[in-house]
Write a protein that binds this ligand. Structure first.
Ligand SMILES: [Zn+2]
Length: 178
């Protein structure tokens, strides 16, 4: 018998709910550490420039508090104080979109509530158009922003905005990307 997971043709070793050993271990892991992926992706959004959502988090200066950054267990311990996840559709959300991942700024919210919480100019439809960190298409022009949303300038072309941002970062002599 083959594993029931899509695109997995591995043999099922024993009676393990139709799963191969790899997928069986993954499922056990998920049960034992239910917030591990949440924790991983939170850190990735804030500190990995290659993450597809980095431009909305790390590039905007959104950080994870030290306690959570250094310990998965502390993260779980803290978020359980927010109460039980109301429905499977709820995910952890930051109350203030400009503040980071810290207990005081967290709540359970549905996707719909989270989108409503975003400032209008940050809707993906607009930001995706730029496809560059710190660059935003707004009112038919291109805005460049530095760390913590510092305003650099507004330009007619995307290339000018990117160049201005690069110059700005050089001037700052600080590394914008961790
Ligand atoms: Zn499998």
């Amino acid at each position: 018998m083959n594993c029931i997971k899509p695109n997995c043709n591995k043999q099922v070793a024993s009676k393990r709910a139709g799963l191969c050993s790899t997928h069986y271990d993954q499922d056990i892991f998920r049960v034992k550490y239910p917030f591990y992926r949440t924790w991983q992706s939170m850190k990735s959004r804030c500190y990995n420039p290659n993450d597809g959502n980095y431009y909305l988090y790390g590039a905007r200066g959104i950080a994870v508090c030290d306690r959570w950054l250094s310990s998965y267990n502390d993260f779980v311990l803290d978020i359980t104080t927010l109460g039980v996840k109301p429905t499977p559709a709820h995910t952890l959300d930051r109350i203030d979109n400009d503040k980071g991942y810290e207990l005081e700024n967290m709540r359970w919210a549905t996707k719909k509530e989270q989108i409503a919480n975003r400032r209008p100019e940050e809707k993906p439809r607009v930001t995706n158009r730029a496809r560059a960190i710190g660059i935003r298409y707004h009112q038919k022009r291109w805005q460049a922003r530095g760390r913590h949303g510092v305003h650099i300038g507004v330009f007619d072309t995307k290339e000018e905005a990117i160049k201005a941002r690069e110059e700005y970062i050089k001037q700052q002599k600080t590394i914008d990307i961790i």
